[in-house]
Design a binder for this molecule. Sequence first.
Ligand code: NAD
Length: 454
Amino acid sequence: MKIINPATEELIKEVQEDSQKSVLQKYADLKNGQIKWADISLDERLACIQKFYEMLDSEKDHLAKILSLEVGKPLSQAHNELKGARTRIKFFLENSEKWLTEEWMVTEGGTKEKITYEPLGVITNISAWNYPYLVGVNVFIPALIGGNAVLYKPSEYSTLTGLEIEKLLHKSGVPSDVFKAVPGAREVGQSLLELPLDGYFFTGSFKTGLAIAQKVASKLVPFQMELGGKDPVYIMDDIADIKSTAAGIADGAFYNNGQSCCSVERIYVHSTIYDQFVKEFTEEVKSYKIGNPLEEGVYIGPLTRKDQLEVLSSQIKDALDKGAKLLCGGNKMNSKGYYFEPAVLVNVNHTMSIMKDESFGPVIGIQKVSNDEEALRLMNDTEYGLTAAVYSKDKARADKILKKLNTGSVYWNCCDRVSPYLPWSGRKNSGLGATLSYIGIRAFVHPKGYHLRG
Ligand code: NAD
Protein backbone atom coordinates (compact mmCIF):
# COMPACT_ATOMS: atom_id res chain seq x y z
CA MET A 1 0.00 0.00 0.00
CA LYS A 2 1.42 3.39 -1.02
CA ILE A 3 1.21 6.15 1.58
CA ILE A 4 1.00 9.47 -0.28
CA ASN A 5 1.60 12.93 1.16
CA PRO A 6 -1.56 14.90 0.19
CA ALA A 7 0.38 18.19 0.28
CA THR A 8 2.98 17.14 -2.30
CA GLU A 9 1.51 13.97 -3.87
CA GLU A 10 4.87 12.32 -3.15
CA LEU A 11 5.30 8.82 -1.79
CA ILE A 12 6.03 8.78 1.95
CA LYS A 13 6.38 5.04 2.36
CA GLU A 14 5.09 1.66 1.22
CA VAL A 15 3.40 -0.53 3.81
CA GLN A 16 2.50 -4.21 3.67
CA GLU A 17 -1.29 -4.62 3.69
CA ASP A 18 -2.80 -7.46 5.66
CA SER A 19 -4.12 -10.45 3.74
CA GLN A 20 -7.08 -12.67 4.59
CA LYS A 21 -4.61 -15.21 5.95
CA SER A 22 -2.71 -12.75 8.16
CA VAL A 23 -5.99 -11.31 9.47
CA LEU A 24 -7.05 -14.83 10.50
CA GLN A 25 -3.74 -15.39 12.28
CA LYS A 26 -4.05 -12.08 14.12
CA TYR A 27 -7.57 -13.00 15.21
CA ALA A 28 -6.40 -16.39 16.52
CA ASP A 29 -3.63 -14.71 18.55
CA LEU A 30 -6.03 -12.17 20.02
CA LYS A 31 -8.48 -14.90 20.97
CA ASN A 32 -5.81 -16.39 23.27
CA GLY A 33 -4.44 -13.08 24.44
CA GLN A 34 -7.84 -11.72 25.45
CA ILE A 35 -8.41 -14.43 28.06
CA LYS A 36 -5.18 -13.56 29.88
CA TRP A 37 -5.79 -9.83 29.54
CA ALA A 38 -9.28 -10.12 31.06
CA ASP A 39 -7.79 -12.13 33.94
CA ILE A 40 -5.37 -9.47 35.13
CA SER A 41 -6.72 -6.77 37.43
CA LEU A 42 -8.34 -3.59 36.23
CA ASP A 43 -5.54 -1.68 37.97
CA GLU A 44 -2.91 -3.48 35.89
CA ARG A 45 -4.75 -2.69 32.67
CA LEU A 46 -5.14 0.93 33.74
CA ALA A 47 -1.40 1.12 34.46
CA CYS A 48 -0.66 0.23 30.80
CA ILE A 49 -3.07 2.88 29.55
CA GLN A 50 -1.49 5.41 31.94
CA LYS A 51 1.89 4.71 30.26
CA PHE A 52 0.33 5.13 26.82
CA TYR A 53 -1.13 8.46 28.01
CA GLU A 54 2.34 9.59 29.09
CA MET A 55 4.02 8.45 25.88
CA LEU A 56 1.55 10.36 23.72
CA ASP A 57 3.04 13.42 25.39
CA SER A 58 6.72 12.46 25.40
CA GLU A 59 6.54 11.39 21.71
CA LYS A 60 4.24 14.18 20.61
CA ASP A 61 6.60 15.94 18.18
CA HIS A 62 7.31 12.73 16.28
CA LEU A 63 3.64 11.65 16.27
CA ALA A 64 2.30 15.06 15.22
CA LYS A 65 4.70 15.20 12.29
CA ILE A 66 3.66 11.78 10.98
CA LEU A 67 0.00 12.68 11.32
CA SER A 68 0.49 15.98 9.55
CA LEU A 69 2.47 14.37 6.72
CA GLU A 70 0.00 11.62 5.92
CA VAL A 71 -3.35 13.40 6.38
CA GLY A 72 -2.30 16.98 5.54
CA LYS A 73 -3.42 18.39 8.89
CA PRO A 74 -1.62 21.61 9.94
CA LEU A 75 1.05 20.72 12.48
CA SER A 76 -0.51 22.85 15.25
CA GLN A 77 -3.83 21.01 14.72
CA ALA A 78 -2.02 17.66 14.87
CA HIS A 79 -0.61 18.74 18.25
CA ASN A 80 -4.10 19.82 19.35
CA GLU A 81 -5.42 16.41 18.39
CA LEU A 82 -2.82 14.64 20.51
CA LYS A 83 -3.63 16.94 23.43
CA GLY A 84 -7.35 16.22 22.97
CA ALA A 85 -6.71 12.48 22.87
CA ARG A 86 -4.85 12.71 26.18
CA THR A 87 -7.79 14.58 27.76
CA ARG A 88 -10.09 11.75 26.72
CA ILE A 89 -7.72 9.05 27.97
CA LYS A 90 -7.45 10.90 31.29
CA PHE A 91 -11.24 10.75 31.57
CA PHE A 92 -11.16 6.97 31.05
CA LEU A 93 -8.29 6.57 33.52
CA GLU A 94 -10.19 8.49 36.18
CA ASN A 95 -13.67 7.08 35.62
CA SER A 96 -13.45 3.48 34.47
CA GLU A 97 -13.14 1.93 37.91
CA LYS A 98 -16.39 3.55 39.02
CA TRP A 99 -18.35 2.20 36.04
CA LEU A 100 -16.76 -1.26 35.78
CA THR A 101 -16.75 -2.30 39.43
CA GLU A 102 -19.38 -4.80 40.52
CA GLU A 103 -22.48 -3.31 42.12
CA TRP A 104 -24.47 -4.92 44.92
CA MET A 105 -28.15 -4.26 44.28
CA VAL A 106 -29.78 -6.41 46.99
CA THR A 107 -27.85 -7.20 50.16
CA GLU A 108 -30.73 -8.10 52.51
CA GLY A 109 -32.91 -11.25 52.61
CA GLY A 110 -32.36 -14.78 51.37
CA THR A 111 -31.25 -13.96 47.85
CA LYS A 112 -28.46 -11.43 47.32
CA GLU A 113 -28.13 -9.76 43.93
CA LYS A 114 -25.26 -8.02 42.17
CA ILE A 115 -24.21 -6.82 38.70
CA THR A 116 -20.75 -7.44 37.27
CA TYR A 117 -19.29 -6.20 33.99
CA GLU A 118 -17.51 -8.65 31.71
CA PRO A 119 -15.58 -7.89 28.51
CA LEU A 120 -17.24 -8.55 25.16
CA GLY A 121 -14.18 -10.54 23.98
CA VAL A 122 -12.30 -9.77 20.75
CA ILE A 123 -13.68 -6.71 19.06
CA THR A 124 -12.78 -4.76 15.95
CA ASN A 125 -12.40 -1.03 15.61
CA ILE A 126 -12.69 0.01 11.96
CA SER A 127 -11.62 3.62 11.99
CA ALA A 128 -11.54 6.90 10.05
CA TRP A 129 -8.60 9.14 9.12
CA ASN A 130 -9.83 12.64 9.99
CA TYR A 131 -8.94 12.39 13.71
CA PRO A 132 -7.25 9.00 14.00
CA TYR A 133 -6.21 9.60 17.62
CA LEU A 134 -9.50 11.07 18.79
CA VAL A 135 -11.89 8.64 17.14
CA GLY A 136 -9.53 5.76 17.90
CA VAL A 137 -9.24 6.40 21.63
CA ASN A 138 -13.05 6.65 21.92
CA VAL A 139 -13.07 2.94 21.12
CA PHE A 140 -9.82 1.09 21.77
CA ILE A 141 -9.02 2.71 25.13
CA PRO A 142 -12.28 1.81 26.94
CA ALA A 143 -12.30 -1.53 25.11
CA LEU A 144 -8.83 -2.40 26.43
CA ILE A 145 -9.61 -1.12 29.92
CA GLY A 146 -12.73 -3.30 29.94
CA GLY A 147 -10.63 -6.42 29.23
CA ASN A 148 -11.22 -6.80 25.49
CA ALA A 149 -8.67 -7.54 22.77
CA VAL A 150 -8.80 -5.22 19.77
CA LEU A 151 -8.28 -5.73 16.07
CA TYR A 152 -7.72 -2.14 15.03
CA LYS A 153 -8.11 -1.19 11.39
CA PRO A 154 -6.78 2.30 10.81
CA SER A 155 -8.05 4.07 7.74
CA GLU A 156 -5.85 3.55 4.68
CA TYR A 157 -5.31 7.34 4.81
CA SER A 158 -3.85 7.25 8.33
CA THR A 159 -1.99 3.96 8.29
CA LEU A 160 1.32 5.26 9.64
CA THR A 161 -0.45 6.81 12.61
CA GLY A 162 -2.28 3.52 13.19
CA LEU A 163 1.02 1.67 13.25
CA GLU A 164 2.49 4.24 15.68
CA ILE A 165 -0.50 3.71 17.97
CA GLU A 166 0.12 -0.04 17.92
CA LYS A 167 3.81 0.43 18.67
CA LEU A 168 3.15 2.77 21.59
CA LEU A 169 0.46 0.55 23.12
CA HIS A 170 2.84 -2.40 23.04
CA LYS A 171 5.61 -0.30 24.58
CA SER A 172 3.14 0.73 27.27
CA GLY A 173 2.66 -2.88 28.30
CA VAL A 174 -0.45 -3.89 26.32
CA PRO A 175 0.58 -7.36 25.08
CA SER A 176 1.03 -7.86 21.35
CA ASP A 177 -1.69 -10.53 21.42
CA VAL A 178 -4.19 -8.06 22.88
CA PHE A 179 -3.98 -5.17 20.44
CA LYS A 180 -3.18 -5.60 16.76
CA ALA A 181 -3.35 -3.13 13.91
CA VAL A 182 -4.51 -4.43 10.52
CA PRO A 183 -3.27 -2.07 7.80
CA GLY A 184 -5.24 -2.04 4.59
CA ALA A 185 -8.14 -0.56 2.69
CA ARG A 186 -11.73 -1.62 2.11
CA GLU A 187 -10.99 -5.29 1.33
CA VAL A 188 -9.17 -5.69 4.64
CA GLY A 189 -12.13 -4.07 6.41
CA GLN A 190 -14.46 -6.50 4.66
CA SER A 191 -12.36 -9.47 5.73
CA LEU A 192 -12.81 -8.39 9.37
CA LEU A 193 -16.57 -8.68 8.94
CA GLU A 194 -16.15 -12.36 8.07
CA LEU A 195 -14.58 -13.10 11.47
CA PRO A 196 -16.70 -14.32 14.42
CA LEU A 197 -15.88 -11.22 16.45
CA ASP A 198 -17.62 -10.22 19.67
CA GLY A 199 -18.24 -6.59 18.69
CA TYR A 200 -17.93 -4.28 15.70
CA PHE A 201 -17.17 -0.62 16.34
CA PHE A 202 -17.08 1.57 13.26
CA THR A 203 -16.25 5.22 12.60
CA GLY A 204 -16.68 6.48 9.05
CA SER A 205 -19.22 7.40 6.41
CA PHE A 206 -22.93 6.58 6.48
CA LYS A 207 -22.62 4.52 3.31
CA THR A 208 -19.91 2.23 4.71
CA GLY A 209 -21.57 2.13 8.13
CA LEU A 210 -24.84 0.96 6.67
CA ALA A 211 -23.12 -1.78 4.64
CA ILE A 212 -21.27 -2.96 7.76
CA ALA A 213 -24.42 -2.85 9.92
CA GLN A 214 -26.33 -4.94 7.37
CA LYS A 215 -23.49 -7.44 7.23
CA VAL A 216 -23.00 -7.89 10.98
CA ALA A 217 -26.58 -7.52 12.26
CA SER A 218 -27.31 -11.22 11.81
CA LYS A 219 -24.42 -12.13 14.12
CA LEU A 220 -26.41 -10.66 17.05
CA VAL A 221 -23.34 -9.19 18.74
CA PRO A 222 -22.98 -5.55 19.75
CA PHE A 223 -22.16 -3.10 16.99
CA GLN A 224 -21.89 0.67 17.03
CA MET A 225 -21.65 3.27 14.29
CA GLU A 226 -20.21 6.79 14.48
CA LEU A 227 -21.09 8.28 11.11
CA GLY A 228 -21.27 11.53 9.19
CA GLY A 229 -23.20 14.73 9.74
CA LYS A 230 -24.63 17.86 8.18
CA ASP A 231 -24.46 19.94 11.31
CA PRO A 232 -26.39 23.24 11.40
CA VAL A 233 -25.89 26.45 13.34
CA TYR A 234 -28.55 29.13 13.85
CA ILE A 235 -27.63 32.70 14.82
CA MET A 236 -30.47 34.65 16.40
CA ASP A 237 -30.98 38.41 16.00
CA ASP A 238 -29.91 39.30 19.57
CA ILE A 239 -26.23 38.50 19.11
CA ALA A 240 -24.18 41.53 20.17
CA ASP A 241 -20.69 40.75 18.90
CA ILE A 242 -21.32 39.58 15.36
CA LYS A 243 -17.66 39.71 14.37
CA SER A 244 -16.40 37.33 17.04
CA THR A 245 -19.45 35.07 16.66
CA ALA A 246 -18.78 34.84 12.92
CA ALA A 247 -15.09 34.07 13.54
CA GLY A 248 -15.93 31.32 16.04
CA ILE A 249 -18.42 29.70 13.70
CA ALA A 250 -16.01 29.95 10.76
CA ASP A 251 -13.48 28.05 12.87
CA GLY A 252 -16.19 25.45 13.56
CA ALA A 253 -16.72 25.09 9.82
CA PHE A 254 -13.14 25.22 8.52
CA TYR A 255 -10.99 23.74 11.30
CA ASN A 256 -9.24 20.59 10.04
CA ASN A 257 -10.26 21.77 6.56
CA GLY A 258 -13.91 21.08 7.38
CA GLN A 259 -13.08 17.38 7.70
CA SER A 260 -14.63 16.87 11.14
CA CYS A 261 -17.70 14.75 11.69
CA CYS A 262 -19.14 17.66 13.71
CA SER A 263 -17.90 20.48 11.46
CA VAL A 264 -20.47 23.20 10.95
CA GLU A 265 -21.91 22.37 7.51
CA ARG A 266 -24.94 24.71 7.30
CA ILE A 267 -25.52 28.18 8.71
CA TYR A 268 -28.89 29.91 9.23
CA VAL A 269 -28.87 33.58 10.18
CA HIS A 270 -31.76 35.77 11.32
CA SER A 271 -32.56 38.29 8.57
CA THR A 272 -31.93 41.37 10.76
CA ILE A 273 -28.22 40.57 11.20
CA TYR A 274 -27.72 38.50 8.06
CA ASP A 275 -25.77 41.05 5.94
CA GLN A 276 -23.34 41.96 8.70
CA PHE A 277 -22.81 38.32 9.65
CA VAL A 278 -22.06 37.30 6.06
CA LYS A 279 -19.58 40.19 5.67
CA GLU A 280 -17.68 39.36 8.90
CA PHE A 281 -17.76 35.62 8.18
CA THR A 282 -16.40 35.98 4.64
CA GLU A 283 -13.63 38.36 5.76
CA GLU A 284 -12.58 35.83 8.37
CA VAL A 285 -12.47 32.99 5.84
CA LYS A 286 -10.48 35.10 3.36
CA SER A 287 -7.87 35.73 6.07
CA TYR A 288 -6.99 32.02 6.46
CA LYS A 289 -3.45 31.10 5.51
CA ILE A 290 -3.43 28.20 3.06
CA GLY A 291 -0.26 26.17 2.51
CA ASN A 292 1.97 23.30 3.46
CA PRO A 293 0.70 21.88 6.76
CA LEU A 294 4.19 21.81 8.23
CA GLU A 295 4.59 25.58 7.72
CA GLU A 296 4.09 27.86 10.72
CA GLY A 297 0.75 29.70 10.78
CA VAL A 298 -0.96 27.59 8.11
CA TYR A 299 -4.64 27.04 8.94
CA ILE A 300 -5.81 25.29 5.75
CA GLY A 301 -3.74 22.43 4.36
CA PRO A 302 -4.62 20.05 1.53
CA LEU A 303 -7.64 17.77 1.66
CA THR A 304 -6.71 14.27 2.77
CA ARG A 305 -8.51 12.42 -0.03
CA LYS A 306 -8.04 13.38 -3.65
CA ASP A 307 -11.54 12.17 -4.62
CA GLN A 308 -13.02 14.74 -2.24
CA LEU A 309 -11.94 17.57 -4.62
CA GLU A 310 -14.55 16.33 -7.08
CA VAL A 311 -17.28 16.04 -4.42
CA LEU A 312 -16.78 19.66 -3.35
CA SER A 313 -16.58 21.00 -6.92
CA SER A 314 -19.79 19.27 -7.88
CA GLN A 315 -21.65 20.51 -4.77
CA ILE A 316 -20.59 24.06 -5.62
CA LYS A 317 -21.59 23.66 -9.27
CA ASP A 318 -25.00 22.29 -8.26
CA ALA A 319 -25.54 25.27 -5.93
CA LEU A 320 -24.46 27.84 -8.53
CA ASP A 321 -26.67 26.21 -11.18
CA LYS A 322 -29.64 26.59 -8.82
CA GLY A 323 -28.98 30.28 -8.10
CA ALA A 324 -26.45 30.40 -5.26
CA LYS A 325 -23.73 33.06 -5.13
CA LEU A 326 -20.10 32.30 -4.34
CA LEU A 327 -18.48 34.94 -2.11
CA CYS A 328 -15.00 33.45 -2.01
CA GLY A 329 -12.93 30.41 -2.94
CA GLY A 330 -14.46 27.29 -4.43
CA ASN A 331 -11.65 26.23 -6.74
CA LYS A 332 -9.10 23.48 -6.81
CA MET A 333 -5.71 25.15 -6.52
CA ASN A 334 -3.19 24.67 -9.26
CA SER A 335 -0.23 23.84 -7.09
CA LYS A 336 0.68 20.23 -6.41
CA GLY A 337 -1.35 18.63 -3.65
CA TYR A 338 -5.07 18.33 -2.98
CA TYR A 339 -5.67 21.98 -2.15
CA PHE A 340 -9.13 23.53 -2.32
CA GLU A 341 -9.79 27.22 -1.64
CA PRO A 342 -12.27 27.65 1.26
CA ALA A 343 -15.66 28.57 -0.17
CA VAL A 344 -18.59 30.60 1.19
CA LEU A 345 -21.94 30.41 -0.61
CA VAL A 346 -25.07 32.51 -0.08
CA ASN A 347 -28.54 32.52 -1.69
CA VAL A 348 -28.64 28.81 -0.86
CA ASN A 349 -31.70 26.66 -0.10
CA HIS A 350 -32.62 23.06 0.60
CA THR A 351 -32.98 22.05 -3.03
CA MET A 352 -29.17 22.22 -3.18
CA SER A 353 -26.82 19.39 -2.30
CA ILE A 354 -24.60 21.84 -0.35
CA MET A 355 -27.40 22.19 2.27
CA LYS A 356 -28.39 18.51 2.37
CA ASP A 357 -25.42 16.19 1.73
CA GLU A 358 -22.29 15.93 3.86
CA SER A 359 -19.50 18.03 2.28
CA PHE A 360 -16.63 17.06 4.59
CA GLY A 361 -14.45 19.87 3.28
CA PRO A 362 -13.89 23.65 3.34
CA VAL A 363 -17.23 24.79 1.90
CA ILE A 364 -20.25 26.32 3.60
CA GLY A 365 -23.71 27.64 2.70
CA ILE A 366 -25.30 30.53 4.63
CA GLN A 367 -29.09 30.85 4.47
CA LYS A 368 -31.27 33.76 5.67
CA VAL A 369 -34.25 32.93 7.95
CA SER A 370 -37.04 35.16 9.26
CA ASN A 371 -37.80 33.54 12.62
CA ASP A 372 -36.96 30.76 15.09
CA GLU A 373 -39.65 28.41 13.75
CA GLU A 374 -38.23 28.54 10.24
CA ALA A 375 -34.70 27.97 11.59
CA LEU A 376 -35.78 24.94 13.61
CA ARG A 377 -37.63 23.43 10.66
CA LEU A 378 -34.59 23.80 8.39
CA MET A 379 -32.15 22.55 11.00
CA ASN A 380 -34.14 19.34 11.37
CA ASP A 381 -34.64 18.98 7.62
CA THR A 382 -31.78 16.49 7.17
CA GLU A 383 -31.10 12.79 7.10
CA TYR A 384 -28.32 13.31 9.64
CA GLY A 385 -28.48 13.98 13.38
CA LEU A 386 -25.05 14.47 14.93
CA THR A 387 -24.88 18.01 16.41
CA ALA A 388 -26.62 21.38 16.10
CA ALA A 389 -25.94 24.80 17.63
CA VAL A 390 -27.89 27.92 18.52
CA TYR A 391 -26.29 31.31 19.18
CA SER A 392 -28.28 33.79 21.26
CA LYS A 393 -28.02 35.97 24.39
CA ASP A 394 -31.32 34.51 25.56
CA LYS A 395 -30.89 31.04 27.05
CA ALA A 396 -34.62 30.38 27.41
CA ARG A 397 -35.23 31.24 23.76
CA ALA A 398 -32.30 29.06 22.64
CA ASP A 399 -33.47 26.24 24.90
CA LYS A 400 -36.82 26.01 23.12
CA ILE A 401 -34.92 25.07 19.96
CA LEU A 402 -32.25 22.90 21.60
CA LYS A 403 -34.97 20.65 23.07
CA LYS A 404 -36.54 20.06 19.66
CA LEU A 405 -33.38 19.33 17.68
CA ASN A 406 -33.18 15.69 16.62
CA THR A 407 -29.42 15.30 17.22
CA GLY A 408 -27.11 13.48 19.64
CA SER A 409 -25.48 16.72 20.85
CA VAL A 410 -26.66 20.33 21.04
CA TYR A 411 -24.65 23.48 21.66
CA TRP A 412 -25.55 26.91 22.98
CA ASN A 413 -23.12 29.65 21.91
CA CYS A 414 -20.47 27.13 20.85
CA CYS A 415 -20.05 24.49 18.14
CA ASP A 416 -17.79 21.73 16.80
CA ARG A 417 -16.79 20.37 20.19
CA VAL A 418 -16.68 16.99 21.91
CA SER A 419 -16.43 16.38 25.66
CA PRO A 420 -15.32 13.07 27.19
CA TYR A 421 -17.88 13.62 29.97
CA LEU A 422 -20.82 13.53 27.55
CA PRO A 423 -22.05 10.73 25.30
CA TRP A 424 -20.97 11.09 21.69
CA SER A 425 -23.78 9.76 19.56
CA GLY A 426 -25.55 10.32 16.30
CA ARG A 427 -29.20 9.91 15.41
CA LYS A 428 -30.67 8.90 12.05
CA ASN A 429 -27.87 8.50 9.47
CA SER A 430 -25.27 9.85 11.93
CA GLY A 431 -24.99 6.65 13.86
CA LEU A 432 -26.06 4.09 16.38
CA GLY A 433 -24.90 3.74 19.99
CA ALA A 434 -22.62 6.09 21.90
CA THR A 435 -18.99 6.42 22.88
CA LEU A 436 -17.42 8.59 25.61
CA SER A 437 -18.97 9.35 29.04
CA TYR A 438 -19.95 6.46 31.31
CA ILE A 439 -22.07 5.11 28.45
CA GLY A 440 -18.91 4.77 26.35
CA ILE A 441 -17.20 2.83 29.15
CA ARG A 442 -20.13 0.44 29.54
CA ALA A 443 -20.41 0.01 25.75
CA PHE A 444 -17.50 -2.47 25.81
CA VAL A 445 -18.77 -4.80 28.54
CA HIS A 446 -21.67 -7.15 29.10
CA PRO A 447 -23.58 -6.72 32.34
CA LYS A 448 -24.11 -9.99 34.22
CA GLY A 449 -26.79 -10.38 36.88
CA TYR A 450 -25.95 -12.63 39.85
CA HIS A 451 -28.77 -14.18 41.92
CA LEU A 452 -27.06 -15.60 45.02
CA ARG A 453 -28.99 -17.69 47.49
CA GLY A 454 -27.43 -19.26 50.59
P1 NAD B 1 -15.09 5.52 5.07
O1 NAD B 1 -16.48 5.04 5.35
O2 NAD B 1 -14.67 5.70 3.67
O3 NAD B 1 -14.02 4.54 5.73
C1 NAD B 1 -13.98 4.27 7.11
C2 NAD B 1 -13.23 2.97 7.37
O4 NAD B 1 -13.98 1.87 6.82
C3 NAD B 1 -11.86 2.89 6.71
O5 NAD B 1 -10.98 2.26 7.61
C4 NAD B 1 -12.10 2.03 5.48
O6 NAD B 1 -10.97 1.34 5.03
C5 NAD B 1 -13.15 1.05 6.01
N1 NAD B 1 -14.04 0.46 5.00
C6 NAD B 1 -14.43 1.01 3.82
N2 NAD B 1 -15.33 0.18 3.22
C7 NAD B 1 -15.49 -0.89 4.02
C8 NAD B 1 -16.29 -2.08 3.96
N3 NAD B 1 -17.11 -2.31 2.94
N4 NAD B 1 -16.22 -2.96 4.97
C9 NAD B 1 -15.42 -2.73 6.04
N5 NAD B 1 -14.63 -1.64 6.16
C10 NAD B 1 -14.68 -0.72 5.17
O7 NAD B 1 -14.97 6.90 5.89
P2 NAD B 1 -13.71 7.89 5.98
O8 NAD B 1 -13.54 8.61 4.70
O9 NAD B 1 -12.55 7.18 6.57
O10 NAD B 1 -14.22 8.91 7.10
C11 NAD B 1 -15.00 10.02 6.81
C12 NAD B 1 -16.40 9.83 7.35
O11 NAD B 1 -16.36 9.48 8.74
C13 NAD B 1 -17.23 11.10 7.30
O12 NAD B 1 -18.52 10.78 6.86
C14 NAD B 1 -17.26 11.56 8.75
O13 NAD B 1 -18.34 12.40 9.09
C15 NAD B 1 -17.26 10.28 9.50
N6 NAD B 1 -16.79 10.41 10.88
C16 NAD B 1 -17.68 10.32 11.90
C17 NAD B 1 -17.26 10.48 13.21
C18 NAD B 1 -18.24 10.43 14.36
O14 NAD B 1 -17.78 10.42 15.49
N7 NAD B 1 -19.54 10.41 14.14
C19 NAD B 1 -15.92 10.74 13.47
C20 NAD B 1 -15.03 10.82 12.39
C21 NAD B 1 -15.47 10.66 11.10
